[in-house]
Design a protein around this ligand. Sequence first.
Ligand code: ZN
Length: 606
Amino acid sequence: MTSAILYRISSPQPASHIFQVVLTIANPHPEGQQLRLPNWIPGSYMIRDFSRHVGTISAQNDKGVTVAAHKTGKSDWQCEKTDGALIIHYEVYAWDLSVRGAHLDQTHAFFNGTSVFLEVVGQQERVHTVEMLQPENQKDWRVATSLPLAASTKPFGFGLYQAANYDELIDHPVEWGDFTVASFTACGVLHEVVITGLHRADMSRLCRDLEKICTTQIQFFGEPAPFSRYVFLVTAVGTGYGGLEHRASTALLCSRDDLPLSTEPEEPASRYRGFLGLCSHEYFHSWNVKRIKPAVFQPYDLRQETYTPLLWAFEGITSYYDDLMLLRAGVISTESYLELLSQQVTRHLRTVGRFHQSVADSSWDVWTKYYKQEENAVNSIVSYYVKGSLIALCLDLLMRQHTEGRISLDTLMQTLWQQFGKVAKGVGDEDIPRVAAELCGSAISKAQWQTFWQNALYQTDELPFGELLVTAGVSCTLRAADNAQDLGGKPSALQQVPAWWGARTQAAEGGVALQSVVRNSPAQQAGLSAHDLVVAINGLRINQASIEKTIASYAAGDVLTVHAFRRDELMAFSVTLANPPQDTCVLALNPEAADGERAMQWLLGH
Ligand code: ZN
C-alpha cells in the first residue's frame, strides 16, 4: 500500500515498554523535512513534553543513504534535504498508565497518537496511514480504536488504519490486548465497550445503561450523531480514576470496583453511579468541546499553552449535564440525582479558593494552577468544573424562570450545536452570553444579564443557586459536615455538630500529616501549616484513626495544645476550636404540586 505518510508501529518486546516506530514520508520537504511532537494533548491542559520519551531518531532515504537529523527544540527535529522518500526510525518509551500518555507491557498496550506519532510539518492535512504490527508472542491480542480501519483490516485486527489528517490521527487512542468487548446500538450508531484489566463486570448491564445514556444525549443534540461508531476504551485497575474525551471515543481509567457486577441493584450504588457519570461526561464532550469548541482551539496549537477563559463552559456545562443525563435517561432516580447535585454544591462550598479566584481566571490559569495543584489549592483555586457546573445550573434555572420554561440551557446548547459545533465554527469569548440573550429576548433585560455574567464569571461572590433552586421547586438546606466522609446530600446523622479546626489530614509515619490548612481556620490562626506532622493533642499521642474523633469530642471554644514537627523541630500550638462552616448541602423536592411540576420540567427536560 502506498501512502504519503505511513507509520509502522510495533513492539518486539512489550515488556521493555518500548514501541518502535518507522515513519515513511513519500514526499519530504525539498529543503529538508521538519518533524515535531505535541507538548500537550487536547482536553488535558498541561505541558507534558511527550518528546521526553522519544529516543534518538535516525533517518535515511529510500536508497538506504543516511540523512542527517538533528534537534532544533525540545520537541522538534530537522532532517537534511534528500532525494526520494524519507524513512525515520525512532523508539518511544511507554510506561505511563494514564489516559493522557502511552503504556506498554506484556499485558497490553495503550497509546495516544500525541505520544507516538511525529508530526510531519507542512503535510498535516494529508491522509495519515498507520500499520499496527502484532507482537510476536501476543497471539491473543487484538486492536481496539475508533481510528477508521483500512479496507484490508478486519474489525479489532492488527493491520492498516487511516486518518484524514494529523489532527484526526492523534484523536483516536488505541488499545492492544486480550480485552473484553461488548457492543450496543444507540440511534443506529454502533457503540463498543472495551475493558482491559482483570474484572468481573456485568457487560450486559453496563451496555443496557450506556445505551440509554447515549441515546438520550444523541436525541438531546438531535440525530444523527456526529460519529458513525463510538468506542469506550476502559482500563480497570485496583485504584484509579480518569477520562479523556475524543471525537469518536473516550479513554477511561477506573477502579474495577466501580464496574457493575451481576448483583448491582437496579438503582446504581454510588461507585457504579460515579462510573456512569464519567462515561456520560466524556460522551457529552463529543459535542461540547470536541465540536462546539473555543475559537482558540481551532486548530489546537500543541506546541505551547493555549489560553481561554471559557473552560467553565466546556468542562462546567459538561459536568452539569453528565449526571443530569443519567436521570433523563432513566438510569438513576430523582432522589439519586439530587444527592449528586447536593454533593457538587458541597464540593464548591468547601473550597475557600472560590473567594480568591474567578472561574474565568481559573480557566485562563489552568496550565499553572488547576493542573499543578499543591497544598494551598483549597485556598487559592476555584474549580472550573465544579463552579462551572453550578453556573450552568444557575443559567438553566434563570432562563426557565424568566421564560416560563420556554427557554433553558437545553435550548442554548442545542443552538450552540447548530450555530457552532455542526458547522465547525469556533466559539468566541462573548458568544455564549450573546446567544443566551438572543434566545430569551425581552424576558431577561440587558442589565439582568450583565449582573448575572459579571457575578458568575468574573467575580468571587457566591452564586445564587439557593434562590434559583427555589424557583424550580427544590429546597436547598446548608448544614455542617458530620465528619470527613460526609459528602452531603443527606440530613445530618448527628444530634450535635462537632467542633472544627480546619485542617485536612493523612496518615504519616509517627503521627498525622497536615495535607492542607484552610485559610483563616482555627488551625491556621494557631500557626499550623500544611506538611506539619502532628504527634499529640493535649499531651496524648494521636494517629489518623483517632484524630478526627479526638477533635470532635471537644466543643467550639475549647483550646487544644497541639504538638507537631515542622522539619525536625518540635513545636507547640494553641488551637481554639470553632463551630464548623455550613458547607454541606441537602437538596429536596418541595411537596407542593406546582413546585413538583416545575422541578420535573427542569429535571426531565420537558
Ligand atoms: Zn471533561
